[in-house]
Write a protein that binds this ligand. Sequence first.
Ligand code: LMR
Length: 328
Amino acid sequence: MHLRACLAALCAALCANAYAEGPILIKFSHVVAPDTPKGQAAQRFKLLAEQATHGRVKVEIYPNSQLYKDKEELEALQLGLVQMLAPSLAKFGPLGVKEFEAFDLPYIFPSKTALYNVTEGEIGKGMLKKLESKGITGLAFWDNGFKLMSANRPLHKPADFKGLKMRIQSSTVLDAQMRALGASPQVLAFSDVYRALQTGVVDGTENPPSNMYTQKMYEVQRHVTVSNHGYLGYAVIVNKKFWDGLPGDIRGALEKAMKDATTFEKAIAQRDNDAALEAIRKTGKTTIYALSVQEQAEWRRALAPVQTEMEGRIGKELISAINKEASK
Ligand code: LMR
């Protein structure tokens, strides 16, 4: 036998042995609570994946930044220390894939339908493809919802943001958004937000109700405005080398499990956010304010320049393409 053939045979035997020895482990790390749309869908994926592979795959879920915080988890995925993540779309900029920040543009999606036109169409596919050069394979887009703004003072008009320190995710678009409102943005990891609000390191923040409720931010924020000014969603991603190295039948079964978990996630996201907003209201600790039509118009006016300002970073063509898809 030639040396190359010997090596191939040895490698095949070792690989087969590795799989025979124990299940393939997928460590799925995320930063939110288990009872959020993302947390529940991760659980659903685990269940479906383990069932479909008859135990040949084991999925371990690490919620609530237990293993890694926002930025660290992306590094850990690239290093192969974890295999699967679902970071919010606002967190891909520091990885060098700025296009994802388009999802953060204020008021770019008038509805969930408009959003799905983008994530499930060619634009969404193209964005996931961009991750490959970073050693990452994009599997799906998961939903969360439209964001609230919160602080310890009422936020009815753009002028109310003046001088406030607002926590943001690591997105240049969100930075520009807060500046357009007259606030000072500050990037903080999700796991640090509660304490930062409690101790006054920042005055306010933005998030969909499910995150605000499950992190108990309502305990330290007296005012919430239902502004729906922007969207927060996720991309489920895996380490490319790990994914490509899986036996074909296993990868196929996992793709199917991910497809079903994604359908489940989309079905529960809005319902969970509606329930979380109601639960925040019931605590009586936070006043919930809905913008009047006139106030909404003022917010839109104040935030409109952000799209033009961000063309240089995200790409004018991509922004126009999203606007076109979203208006269908
Ligand atoms: C945040 O950092 O505010 C969110 O991205 C957390 C999450 O993953 O939903």
